[in-house]
Design a protein around this ligand. Structure first.
Ligand SMILES: [Zn+2]
Length: 155
């Protein structure tokens, strides 16, 4: 993703992004990120990847990509929970009701789709992809959509 669309230059701030790998579980979350929107609209964030206690089908790699998806969403919308209108429109055919009654989960779906899109571009990561129930074609569509979104961001 970085090679194809300059993810780090376009989405992340020049400041370092911290990834914490605590050797313990978290009471509520299997992974989470704390994004910071800076003055120039750049985003930096801390990503926490504790031990996975709940979502056993998941992998640390998929959680990491999911959190990066949140970072991209914050860069696009300034919001962690709601996805951009472009995603609501694009996602409607995959997730009927996304733009109205399921809008409140659009930020989470965006992050999942980002992770699936990255997996679809890297067959060597197939063993780490927990989204085995989603077709390769759909994942590819997510990957292309995310790439197009990132391309709209200035350098
Ligand atoms: Zn999430």
């Amino acid at each position: 993703m970085d090679k194809d669309c300059n993810f780090s230059r376009k989405v992340l701030a020049p400041e370092p992004m911290l990834v914490f790998l605590p050797d313990c579980g978290h009471r509520t979350y299997d992974a989470f990120c704390i994004p910071y929107l800076l003055d120039n609209d750049a985003v930096t964030c801390d990503i926490f990847l504790p031990r996975i206690l709940r979502d056993k089908s998941s992998t640390p790699e998929s959680m990491f990509l999911h959190e990066l998806g949140h970072v991209l969403n914050v860069r696009l919308t300034g919001d962690l929970t709601l996805a951009s209108p472009a995603f609501l429109e694009f996602g409607e055919s995959f997730f009927p009701g996304l733009s109205d009654r399921h809008r409140s989960v659009s930020g989470e779906l965006f992050a999942h789709c980002f992770a699936m899109g990255v997996f679809s571009r890297h067959p060597e990561l197939r063993g780490l992809d927990p989204f085995t129930m989603v077709t390769a074609e759909d994942k590819q569509a997510f990957g292309q959509f995310m790439e197009a979104l990132i391309r709209t961001l200035p350098e």
